[in-house]
Every structure is written in structure tokens, then in C-alpha cells.
Design a protein around this ligand. Structure first.
Ligand SMILES: Cc1cc2nc3c(=O)[nH]c(=O)nc-3n(C[C@H](O)[C@H](O)[C@H](O)COP(=O)(O)OP(=O)(O)OC[C@H]3O[C@@H](n4cnc5c(N)ncnc54)[C@H](O)[C@@H]3O)c2cc1C
Length: 624
């Protein structure tokens, strides 16, 4: 097998790194200048939802307009101010929140929520069931049945300074057995089926029956299972509607998509494996050059030594010269697979590129013997769907958030998103990638991508989250037998989140092309961001830093932020009652952990209700 497929990519990767190095030094200086924040640990924190701080403090913020002397005026946000937090809600809505959160503390209701919903539907009939759901869980966490029904809520939130990220939340209500069957069928290639013994793939990047139902051990996130290509087209149509609705609802709209909805997951698995192996290969070469201890953005391969390494791998001198200086960069080779434009180029035979070096043997190995014509087409269709969505987002003035998923898909998802950013973020940040800070390599991922955006001059857009798949990731790694990708504990994840956030904020300070959404219910993290913004003199009106929370959760964070002029967004799920039941079921489970750990949101709701009743506001109506 020829090395022609890897060397151009290697050349490109290393020249990327050379260029990155220039900026890395500057960035490292700026990072060093800013003191690392000592994390507070909060014992009452569980894994999800509005993280509680025991003693909420007022945060001084920069004013939205600086005065003539360019001095900062302070305004303060008090996350305890229930009047501000619940200004947009009438008393019935507050009582509904109280009821729902209270129900989430009753183990029996949470454990048996699905069965109870089924029985209620059977006994009371569909209409009454829907009514009850709308008065409780559905009303709390879901905005409405379709993009027309959700408009009043979106308008109301907007009037109180809170935007929306539309998130169509319909999920197939599959049994575990059905889910596993679909997963196993869609993650195994024809070649693998034909010769199951002949196996080049790493176990992390293979589907395993016991983890076939990807919904297990997941918080917050929705799961898609592949059925066929027409189902993926339907998902794309839904996302297109969502984008149009977001464009119609606000000037500054966002829409969220999940890549696993857009194609066969087999491609994401294999592409992820290629990327990870390719990165390992780079790491091996870097280690050979004695630079393994350097930060990812600092590492660069010396050309002469690189050529020696390639020669040792059996690449001819003339080939190396051609590859390292040739004009073919981006048109062939493994790294070229990362170039989104060429990926969707009809002339590119993607399957041929799926070869990776075996670091131990020094030989190139195919990930699969071959892809069938149909599998090739499936890959291209997935990329074409993403292209259609990105173009539609641009046309509708909407920004597209690509959600992060499991680590066996995420390298591919992230890389494909980056390729979309390269193409669509030239004038403004249209595409936002998501970085999960519970991952050990989150900081490397963020820094490398930021440096790339700087070098190439496009707008970096990121959503920072802690991560929704922790339990599943951990048990999968333990059972299948690979390294746990998650930080060892919650404090380490907090440190990682703030380190990544600090890096992006510093990037914004240097270069206003970067944008970040702090997607978290953690009050400490929100306060950390506000303090940093104040220190940097970054006005909320510049719309460089956004905040994100889920609908029905942590209004005491979202609304005060919105009313103080910060760009803050709710992820707004919508869909017919019956079809969002899996989502509601997860909300109940997630809120259980949270509600047991703290009664904060309930106590704030109580306080506000009491305040209103004492002030004679029994029929309080939000004015807007
Ligand atoms: C607007 C929005 C968009 C989101 N989009 C995504 C997405 O695209 N992809 C995604 O994966 N998630 C997404 N999430 C979910 C998110 O990742 C978190 O699961 C959720 O927000 C809880 O984290 P937190 O920062 O709000 O709260 P916190 O309560 O401060 O953090 C809880 C989180 O900390 C981490 N954690 C808890 N215990 C440990 C431990 N022992 N060791 C290591 N880490 C630990 C876990 O990630 C856990 O979810 C999104 C959340 C929001 C609000």
C-alpha cells in the first residue's frame, strides 16, 4: 500500500502547527498573565441542573455604556432577586414550577414516570392526558407542539431579555431491544459483516451490544438512532424548519442540531477512529522529537527529523519531497479527509482515505477493506445535509449550534463542524462547535481550534458545556476496556471548564473574532464569566459572550442576566406531547438528583409567591 495517502496530510498538519506556533507563544504569555482561578467546591452539587452556591453574592458588572472618561460604572446582578427572576411568570406558572419540582423529589414518581404516564393515558384518554401534561411537566419544560405554538413563549421571553435556541425534541419512543437492534445494524459495515474475524478497528470505535442503547447513562441530551436515509432527510427537514422559525423569531437567533440525526453513525465512528489514530501518530512523531511534554498548541515537528521518520517508515525520498512541497495538499491523504470541501466533492473517494498508520508496526492499515458504493453515498449524503443546513442558517441569519455527543463520535463531529466553520464563519460566527469540559483533552481541543481559527482568519464560535454523557462514558470505558475519557472528579471538570473559558475569553480580548456561549446552570461559572468580562472591559452589548440554560430551569440565572442586557438564551424544546415523552422522562430523572441536592429553586419560587401575595399581587400578570 502506498504512503501517498498520509504524507500530504502530514505535511499539512505540520505546517499548520508551524504557523500555530507563532501565535501560541503570544497566547501562552497572555495565559500566564492571568491568574488561575481557585475553584470553590460545592458539596451540594450533584451532576446536573442549577448548581447551587450556598452564599449567593451580588456581582458587579460593567455598565452597558461606558461614560466619557471611559470609566466602568458598576451594575449589579443579584441571582437571589426573585422579583427579577420571575417577572415574566404569572402565579399559576410559579405554582406549576413548584409542583413539578416537588414531584421530582418523589422517588416513586420519578422511577415509574413512564409507566405512570402510560397508565394515565389509558385511563383518562389522550385529551385529558395532554391537558394534565401541559399543566405540569410539558408546560414546565416544553414550549409547545410546533413552531407556531411556541411563538408566544418565545416573544414573552424575548421581551424579558431572554432569547431562544430552538430544539425540536421529538424522539422515537423505542424499546431498549429496538434501540440496540438499530444501533448494531447502523454501526457495522458490510465488510465487517462479511468477514467479522478480520478486524482492524479499536474497541472504543465499535458498537457494543451492551451499550447499543445509547440513551442509557445520559443526562440532558436527546438520542437519535439511524433507520434509513429517508429518515435522515426527515430530520434535516425538521432542522430546516427550526432554522426558519429561529430566523423568524429573533434577529439574533440560534438553532441546535445533532449530527447523529443526519446520517449513518458508522461513518462517525470510523472517521473518529481515523482522527484519533492520526493524532496518536502525530504524538508518536512528536515524542520521537522529544516534545511530548509541550502543550498541544506549542508542538511542532521539525521537517528534517520528520523526513527521517518517514524514510524509516519506508517512504521514498522523492515521494517525501513531492508531498511536503507539492500542491496536492487537501486533495488526497488522510488529513485531506478533514477538509470538508473536498469531503463533499463528488470526485473524492472517501473510503480510500480511511487508512491510518499502525504506530507499532509502522505500516498503513485500512480501517476497513472497502466501503460499498452505498456506504460511500451514505457518507456523502450526511455531509451534503450538513451543507444544506449551514447554507440555510446563513440565508436566515441564524447561528447553528452543533451539539457534542459521545466520545466515540465526537472527534468526527467536532472536525466536521470545524470544516463548516472554515467555510461559513468567514464574515461572522455562524457555526458554533461544542466543547465538553468533562473530557481530559478538552483544553487541547479548544486551544488547537482557536489557534487554527486565528491562523486562517475565520470566526471562532464555541459552546462550552460540562458534558451530558458522563455515566455512559465511564461505564463503557470500564467494561469495554479503554481509558476513561472523563476527568477524575467534579472539581477537575470545574477547573477544566474555567480554564477553557478563560482561554477563549482571552482570545476575545485579543481578537474580537471569537465568540462563546457559556452553556451552564452553574452559578459559580456564570459569576466567573461576569467577573472576567468586567476585568476585560468587555461589554455585554458586544455580543461576544452568550449564556445558555434549558427552558424551565434556572430562571433565576437567565432572567436577571437578560434584563441586565447580557445575551442569554434558553434551549427551547418543542414537539407534540406524545413524542416528547422521552425528553420529559429524562427531565424528571435529572431534576431528581438536583432537587435532592438542593432546594434552592423551590425556595426562590416560594419566596416570590409569598412576596406577591403579601403585596396583594394575587393576580399578577407579567407586563410586556
Ligand atoms: C444550553 C445547554 C446546551 C447543552 N448542550 C450540550 C451538548 O451539546 N452536549 C453535551 O454533552 N451536553 C450539553 N449540555 C448539558 C451539559 O453538558 C451538562 O450536562 C449540564 O448543563 C450540567 O452541567 P452544568 O454546568 O449546568 O452544571 P453542574 O452541576 O455544575 O455540572 C454537572 C456536570 O459536571 C460534570 N460532573 C459531575 N460529576 C462529575 C465527576 N464526578 N467527574 C467529572 N465530571 C463530573 C458532568 O458533566 C455533569 O453533567 C447542555 C446544557 C445546556 C444548559
Amino acid at each position: 500500500m502506498s504512503y501517498a495517502k498520509i504524507a500530504p496530510a502530514l505535511a499539512r498538519a505540520s505546517s499548520d502547527k508551524l504557523l500555530r506556533m507563532r501565535f501560541a507563544q503570544e497566547r501562552l504569555r497572555s495565559s500566564a498573565a492571568s491568574p488561575q482561578r481557585q475553584e470553590k467546591t460545592d458539596e451540594s452539587v450533584r451532576d446536573q441542573n442549577c448548581t447551587v452556591v450556598e452564599r449567593p453574592v451580588e456581582v458587579d458588572l460593567i455598565s452597558q455604556t461606558k461614560n466619557a472618561d471611559n470609566q466602568k460604572t458598576n451594575i449589579s446582578i443579584n441571582f437571589e432577586n426573585t422579583q427579577e427572576a420571575y417577572k415574566s411568570k404569572n402565579n399559576l406558572e410559579l405554582m406549576r414550577s413548584l409542583l413539578v419540582f416537588k414531584m421530582c423529589t418523589i422517588d416513586f414518581l420519578v422511577d415509574k414516570n413512564k409507566e405512570l404516564m402510560d397508565i394515565t393515558k389509558k385511563v383518562l384518554g389522550q385529551r385529558l392526558f395532554e391537558k394534565i401534561m401541559k399543566m405540569t411537566f410539558y408546560g414546565q419544560f416544553v414550549a409547545g407542539e410546533d413552531h407556531n405554538a411556541i411563538k408566544p413563549l418565545i416573544r414573552k421571553n424575548q421581551a424579558f431579555g431572554v432569547g431562544s435556541v430552538l430544539d425540536y425534541s421529538v424522539e422515537e419512543d423505542l424499546t431498549q431491544e429496538e434501540a440496540v437492534k438499530k444501533e448494531m445494524e447502523s454501526c457495522v459495515s458490510v465488510a465487517e459483516k462479511e468477514s467479522p474475524g478480520k478486524d482492524h478497528r479499536e474497541k472504543k470505535y465499535k458498537a457494543h451490544r451492551q451499550f447499543g442503547d445509547r440513551r442509557g447513562g445520559v443526562t440532558s441530551a436527546r438520542t437519535y438512532f439511524y433507520a434509513d436515509e429517508s429518515k435522515c432527510d426527515q430530520h434535516m427537514e425538521t432542522f430546516l424548519k427550526c432554522i426558519r422559525a429561529s430566523g423568524g423569531a429573533a434577529v439574533d437567533g440560534f438553532s441546535a442540531i445533532k449530527m447523529t440525526a443526519l446520517g449513518r453513525p458508522q461513518f462517525l465512528l470510523q472517521f473518529s477512529e481515523v482522527l484519533v489514530k492520526w493524532r496518536s501518530f502525530f504524538n508518536v512523531l512528536i515524542a520521537q522529537q522529544g516534545k511530548a511534554d509541550m502543550a498541544a498548541v506549542e508542538q511542532k515537528l521539525e521537517m528534517e527529523q520528520l523526513q527521517d521518520s518517514l524514510t524509516q517508515l519506508g517512504v521514498s525520498k522523492s515521494d517525501i519531497e513531492t508531498w511536503l512541497t507539492g500542491e496536492k495538499l487537501g486533495s488526497s491523504g488522510t488529513i485531506d479527509l478533514l477538509d470538508w470541501n473536498s469531503l463533499i466533492n463528488e470526485r473524492t473517494k472517501i473510503s480510500k482515505l480511511l487508512v491510518v498508520p499502525n504506530v507499532e508496526s509502522g505500516h498503513l492499515e485500512p480501517l476497513l477493506d472497502k466501503f460499498t458504493e452505498e456506504e460511500d453515498k451514505q457518507m456523502k449524503r450526511m455531509l451534503q445535509r450538513m451543507d444544506v443546513l449551514a447554507k440555510h442558517a446563513v440565508e436566515n441569519g441564524v447561528r447553528l449550534m452543533v451539539d457534542a455527543e459521545q466520545t466515540y463520535f465526537q472527534p468526527a463531529i467536532s472536525r466536521l463542524t470545524l470544516e463548516m466553520q472554515r467555510r461559513f464563519n468567514q464574515e461572522m460566527p455562524v457555526i458554533f462547535n461544542t466543547y465538553q469540559c468533562y473530557l481530559k483533552d478538552a483544553y487541547d481541543n479548544v486551544t488547537v481550534d482557536v489557534e487554527l481559527s486565528r491562523r486562517e482568519g475565520w470566526y471562532f464560535g464555541a459552546k462550552l458545556v460540562r458534558g451530558a454523557y458522563m455515566y455512559q462514558e465511564r461505564s463503557r470505558a470500564a467494561e469495554i476496556g479503554y481509558e476513561d475519557p472523563i476527568n477524575p472528579d467534579y472539581e477537575a471538570t470545574n477547573r477544566m471548564y474555567h480554564k477553557c473559558l478563560e482561554y477563549v475569553l482571552e482570545e476575545i480580548e485579543h481578537n474580537r473574532n471569537a465568540n462563546v456561549m457559556v452553556a451552564s446552570h452553574n452559578e459559580d461559572t456564570v459569576k466567573f464569566t461576569l467577573e472576567k468580562m468586567r476585568d476585560m472591559g468587555l461589554s455585554p452589548q458586544e455580543h461576544k459572550v452568550y449564556f445558555g440554560q434549558l427552558l424551565g430551569m434556572c430562571d433565576q440565572i437567565s432572567f436577571p442576566l437578560g434584563q441586565a442586557g447580557f445575551p442569554v438564551y434558553k434551549y427551547v424544546p418543542y414537539g407534540p406531547v406524545n413524542e416528547v415523552i422521552p425528553y420529559l422522562s429524562r427531565r424528571a430523572l435529572e431534576n431528581r438528583g438536583f432537587m435532592k441536592g438542593s432546594q434552592r429553586e423551590r425556595s426562590l419560587l416560594w419566596n416570590e409567591l409569598k412576596r406577591r401575595f403579601l403585596n396583594g399581587q394575587v393576580f399578577y400578570r407579567p407586563a410586556y
